[in-house]
Every structure is written in structure tokens, then in C-alpha cells.
Write a protein that binds this ligand. Structure first.
Ligand SMILES: Nc1ncnc2c1ncn2[C@@H]1O[C@H](COP(=O)(O)OP(=O)(O)OP(=O)(O)O)[C@@H](O)[C@H]1O
Ligand SMILES: [Mg+2]
Length: 411
């Protein structure tokens, strides 16, 4: 490119003014969920500028553009992966079939199982939001004369994270908090009744209970937990339970002794009966052990790469040579860890003016989840940057079913 190396006002026009993301949206209330659903794809990434063009920006524009780039790296989009596509398809069709059913029979539920940071929450929320968009559009189409204002009462999807120290009561309270419904001093039976009323009054079709495995980790109330899940399933919503290591958590486990005073038989049978009403779908990390797995990982990296705004980036920055293998080793193929590594790597690349991602630069980045308020089981194992020599990928066996309840079950 020709032209002076100093400030060119015409170049300034290329740097789009952008709106800084407002306060983080909290999805766990009716209004918060709706706001997230409406704005979830609204972030405008920074434009791609060449180094020459960036140099010709005025100092203020340059600073703003760099801030916009940082915001872009902090808001990388959720990309479809082969694993999330499977979960989306199963969850999407389960929700839709259930929502269209008119019979009073119990709706089959869904359990989404996977390790920490593998995208369970984001995948499930996106599927639910897509369903809600379509459901409300269909509603408009069928009933365009719906009384104005009544829409405010409709909450097609309820998203409820399980409290860290969960009990059947606190789960009910969290559900009621989503609706802003009062629940002070209620017994479990009253809470369950209030939940039923809220779900019905808001015409809720999908109830997502995230991190449900926290419930079972405090195992003093097994029978109450089963009773709660059974009553939730009888409420004509699609119950979506998300958890880390559901098969080993003891949740809905077949034939597990309860240690209760009334003997073990009844609880075991109800557990089996409950379990059969759920599909279990796994959200796995990427693998690196077959050519197809490597190709899928590399395709994901190529997708990520298109969203980065580094001035010295070259095509293939994340996908050429040893980079796919390096990134796999750093993250174990876990999308959330990759996002973290890339995000921090980009910040470092901008700070140091390296303006591209290389193995050497990423070696300087330590993935730090800062997960202070999460049970240990939900925190994924983070590989270290230590060695760059190729190692065969090792399968994570932490969540395999070894036939015993997880150690250290009390949180
Ligand atoms: N398909 C994806 N593509 C890109 N980034 C993703 C994808 N899925 C998830 N992420 C990112 O990974 C991070 C972890 O995702 P998410 O919170 O959904 O995982 P999780 O399995 O629910 O984790 P946890 O066990 O901590 O609840 C998020 O920051 C999210 O933006
Ligand atoms: Mg989650």
C-alpha cells in the first residue's frame, strides 16, 4: 500500500464505532433470560484491518480499535462442533416433540453429561433459545390476536443453575427465584406445589436444571431428590438435567443402596423408573486419535481463527504444522479451555506487539480458571504448557464409571 505512514483521516472511517458490552446478562431470571435470548448474537466484532491500515489510524482511533479487538477476543462466538451438533439435535427434537404433545402423559426428559468446561451450558441454552424463538413465532402465527401484555407472563424456557450446596428444597427455591415467586419458610411439599404453579402459569415448556450433579453430592436426602425429580417430570415440561459425570454421580443410579431406614427396595425401584424416562446424551471433548478426529479439531481451530483480529496473523496460524497438536495438548480438546488459551494468548499478542499466536507465545500463557465457587468435580484437568515435545493423547478417565460413588462426596 502506498501513502504516508502517519495519520490518514480516511482510514479512520474503517474503524467501526462500537458499543461496549453492558453489564453481563444474568440468565437465571425470566427477564434476564429474555434479554440474553434477544441479544445473544448482537455483538459486532471489530473489522479486519491490515497492519498498514491500522498504522494510518489516528492515535485515538487506534486505541479504540485495539479496545474493540480486545472486546472481540473476549466475546468469541460459540461454534458448532460435531459433539455439540449431536446434543443439539437430540435436545431440539426432544423439546419439540414434548411441547407438541397434548396428552397428559409424563414427558421424557434429557440428561446432558460431560466434563467441566466442555460447553454443556452454552450448547443447551442455545438449543433452548432457538426453540423459544420458533415457539413464540409459531404462537404469533397461530394466535396473532393474543391479548396485548399477556406475553410478559410467558416464560417458555426456565434456566436454573443448581446452587453449589444443593438440596431438594434449595433447588425448588432456585426455580422459584427464576420466576421471582416468593418462597419464604415453605416446606418441601409447599415448594414443589409453588414450582408447579409457576411452571403452569408461565406456560413453561422447558426446564433446564444446570449442574444438577451438585444435588447428589450432598447425599443426605436421596429419596427426596428422587421424589422431586419425579414430580418435576409430571409437570408437563421437558426436564433437561445438565451435569458433570452424571453416570458416576449417583443421581438416578440404578440399584444403589440408599441406607435409609425403610430398606433399599423402594428407592432403587423408583430410581430405575426415573432413569428410564431420561435420555442420556454425552457432550465429549474433541479427540486426537483418528484422522477424522484430527480433521474435526483442525476445522474447529480454523473456525476460531476467522474471529481473531491480530495484525500480523497469517492464514493457517492455528491450523498449520504442529499447532493443532500443540493446542490439543494444551487443552485436551476441551472447547472452554481452548477459548481461554486463545483469549489470553490474543491479549498477550497485542500487549507485546507480537500480533500473532505462536507456540512460543502460548507457552507463556497459563490457563487459570479461577473457579473458586465450584465443586472440584466440575473443574477440568488443565494440561500444563511444560513440554512441547509430542506425546500421545491420553484419554481422560476421571469421569468413567468405576462402579463406586465419587470420592469426597461431601462438598
Ligand atoms: N462450541 C463452542 N465453541 C466455542 N466456545 C465454546 C463452545 N462451547 C462452549 N464454549 C466456551 O467454553 C466455555 C465453557 O462453556 P460452558 O460454560 O458451556 O461449559 P460447561 O460444560 O457448562 O462448563 P461447566 O462444567 O463449568 O458448567 C464458555 O466460556 C464458552 O463460551
Ligand atoms: Mg455449565
Amino acid at each position: 500500500m502506498s501513502g504516508p505512514a502517519n495519520h490518514d483521516p480516511a482510514a479512520d472511517a474503517a474503524a467501526v464505532p462500537f458499543v461496549l458490552p453492558g453489564p453481563a446478562v444474568v440468565r437465571e431470571t425470566v427477564a434476564g433470560w429474555a434479554q440474553w435470548r434477544h441479544t445473544r448474537h448482537s455483538f459486532t466484532p471489530a473489522p479486519q484491518l491490515s497492519l498498514a491500515r491500522w498504522r494510518r489510524l489516528g492515535p485515538r482511533r487506534r486505541m479504540l480499535h485495539d479496545l474493540h479487538r480486545a472486546a472481540t477476543h473476549a466475546n468469541l462466538p460459540i461454534l458448532e462442533t460435531p459433539m455439540s451438533a449431536v446434543v443439539s439435535r437430540i435436545m431440539g427434537s426432544r423439546i419439540q416433540t414434548n411441547a407438541l404433545k397434548r396428552t397428559p402423559t409424563t414427558r421424557a426428559g434429557l440428561m446432558i453429561n460431560g466434563g467441566g468446561y466442555q460447553g454443556k451450558t452454552e450448547t443447551a441454552c442455545e438449543v433452548a433459545a432457538v426453540f423459544e424463538d420458533q415457539w413464540l413465532a409459531l404462537h404469533d402465527q397461530l394466535n396473532p390476536d393474543a391479548v396485548a401484555g399477556t406475553r410478559d407472563l410467558v416464560a417458555t424456557v426456565a434456566y436454573v443453575p443448581t446452587p453449589v450446596t444443593a438440596t431438594p428444597k434449595s433447588v425448588c427455591e432456585a426455580i422459584l427465584d427464576f420466576y421471582g415467586a416468593p418462597h419464604r419458610g415453605m416446606t418441601l411439599a409447599q415448594l414443589v406445589h409453588a414450582v408447579r404453579t409457576s411452571l403452569h402459569d408461565h406456560a413453561t415448556k422447558v426446564l433446564i436444571l444446570d449442574d444438577i450433579t451438585r444435588l447428589r453430592m450432598h447425599r443426605e436426602a436421596d429419596q427426596d431428590t428422587l421424589d422431586l425429580l419425579r414430580s418435576l417430570m409430571g409437570m408437563h415440561v421437558t426436564l433437561v438435567l445438565i451435569g458433570v459425570g452424571i453416570p458416576t454421580s449417583g443421581l438416578l443410579r440404578e440399584g444403589r443402596p440408599t441406607g435409609g431406614t425403610a430398606g433399599t427396595g423402594f428407592a432403587d425401584q423408583t430410581a430405575t423408573q426415573t432413569q428410564r424416562r431420561f435420555d442420556l446424551v454425552d457432550l465429549d471433548p474433541f479427540g486426537y486419535d483418528t484422522p477424522q478426529a484430527i480433521a474435526a479439531w483442525t476445522a474447529h481451530l480454523a473456525g476460531v481463527e476467522t474471529h481473531l483480529r491480530l495484525l500480523a496473523a497469517r492464514p493457517g496460524m492455528l491450523t498449520d504444522g504442529v499447532m493443532p497438536e500443540y493446542l490439543f495438548r494444551r487443552t485436551g480438546g476441551v472447547v472452554g479451555l481452548l477459548e481461554r488459551l486463545i483469549e489470553d494468548g490474543c491479549a498477550l499478542a497485542i500487549d507485546t506487539s507480537v500480533e500473532q499466536l505462536t507456540g512460543d507465545l502460548l507457552d507463556e500463557v497459563t490457563i487459570n480458571l479461577g473457579n473458586i465457587d465450584r465443586p472440584a468435580a466440575e473443574i477440568p484437568t488443565i494440561p500444563t504448557a511444560a513440554s512441547r515435545a509430542p506425546k500421545p493423547p491420553v484419554r481422560n478417565t476421571v469421569f468413567d464409571d468405576h462402579g463406586t460413588p465419587p470420592a469426597g462426596a461431601v462438598g
